[in-house]
Write a protein that binds this ligand. Structure first.
Ligand SMILES: NC(=O)C[C@H](N)C(=O)O
Length: 389
């Protein structure tokens, strides 16, 4: 008898029983409250005794217990990493960014712990940041030259390389959720402008007044942009209220990888400008065989360099997540003279975080700790207390 996965912190398990008399195995899903999992040793012994009792009583030839429904990656510990944008983030925005990424990574992690898919977890994390005006996505998105919000988002599933993306979205709070629907419900990969709106309405998304997405900081940022006129600045200077693109990369307890990225683009962008975020391979990439990447920074450079896919290719060639992220981000900056940042997970859950900009907020949860940072070379760590269970 095997109790695979009982040492993991995923609370959804499947007990598979093979009976001597019946050829089809019986699969029984069950849920373990997270508190019980903290008593791992005793709890595992208790489960083992209980299952042994069933085996003895019910003429069972074999019993196996797996984390969630698949055998393939039963040893995978779910993990999620998020970023809140790379750039010259002003001091006045540091606390808001850090608080916001902690909320987002926690939401994604809770989803994974409930047995949710990586795809649902990255959406949950990004939705949190789209609601938060400290980030350049959803409410708080930066403005184009006409003073309007025009948002972009993409999401990718590493299991089958399926993607969904939207661009030039003006009147919905959560572009990432529309992108997710494009992935699941549309034969297409990228919908823009009016077509994205029609699709969203058909799928039951509710519009919001475009003005309700505009924050005071975004207005100030545009005013300042119009004064200095330097489009290439990914974040706005100290007096101007900088914000940032958001992204998340997750692996669920079945070993599936997913990535989501969402943005308002760049302050003072031309009407109709499309950046890197909705372009698969630039802003987002996920492949169960390799890993996942979400990027942020100077969009025109990121898309020329296909930054997310460049990192994936380096990992495919044998480089670890940390090195591949560093090499590709620095390579892009050296070649194109603009800055960027990326978060990466390898398929085994190894982490890569690197940015050539002054700052980038990021966070991940591993081994009951939340790890986060925003400055170059910074890695802070504190105990993680789950809200549920
Ligand atoms: N801050 C950002 O990441 C901006 C985004 N990459 C864009 O250029 O649209």
């Amino acid at each position: 008898m095997i109790l695979n996965g009982m040492g993991l912190s995923c609370p959804i398990y499947n007990l598979v029983l093979k009976f001597k008399s019946i050829s089809t195995p019986l699969q029984v899903p069950f849920y373990i409250p997270r508190r019980a999992l903290t008593l791992r040793g005793n709890f595992k012994a208790l489960c083992f005794n209980f299952i042994s009792f069933i085996v003895y009583q019910a003429n069972v030839s074999d019993a196996r217990c797996f984390c969630s429904s698949e055998y393939r990656s039963s040893k995978m510990q779910p993990i999620i990493i998020v970023h809140g944008g790379a750039g010259d983030i002003p001091n006045s925005r540091l606390k808001g960014k850090i608080d916001g990424i902690k909320v987002a990574v926690t939401a994604g992690h809770e989803c994974l712990m409930r047995g949710g898919s990586a795809l649902d977890a990255v959406e949950a994390a990004v939705v949190c940041m789209e609601k938060d005006e400290n980030f350049n996505a959803g409410y708080g998105s930066v403005l184009n030259l006409r003073g309007e919000v025009a948002m972009e988002a993409s999401i990718m599933r590493g299991e089958d390389l399926n993607v969904g993306a939207v661009t030039l979205v003006t009147d919905f709070l959560h572009p990432i959720s529309i992108a997710h629907k494009v992935l699941t419900d549309s034969p297409h990969s990228l919908l823009g402008g009016e077509g994205a709106k029609l699709f969203a309405l058909q799928k039951g998304f509710k519009t919001v007044p475009p003005e309700s997405l505009i924050s005071e900081n975004a207005k100030k940022a545009l005013e300042n942009f119009l004064k200095h006129g330097d489009f290439n600045r990914t974040e706005i200077g100290p007096q101007e209220g900088g914000v940032g693109t958001v992204g998340a990369v997750a692996i669920d307890c079945n070993g599936h990888v997913a990535v989501a990225t969402s943005t308002g683009g760049m302050s003072g962008k031309a009407v109709g400008r499309i950046g890197d975020t909705p372009q698969i391979g630039s802003g987002t990439y996920a492949d169960d065989h390799i890993g996942g990447v979400s990027t942020t920074g100077h969009g025109e450079s990121i898309l020329k360099y296909c930054l997310a896919h460049s990192i994936i290719k380096l990992m495919e060639g044998g480089m670890d997540a940390k090195k591949a992220t560093t090499v590709a981000v620095n390579g892009m900056t050296k070649r194109l003279l603009h800055t960027a940042g990326a978060i990466t997970l390898s398929k085994d859950g190894d982490i890569g975080v690197h940015f050539s900009s002054r700052r980038m907020s990021w966070a991940y949860i591993k081994d009951d700790h939340i790890h986060y940072g925003i400055e170059q070379g910074e890695e802070l760590k504190e105990p993680y207390c789950p809200q549920n269970n």
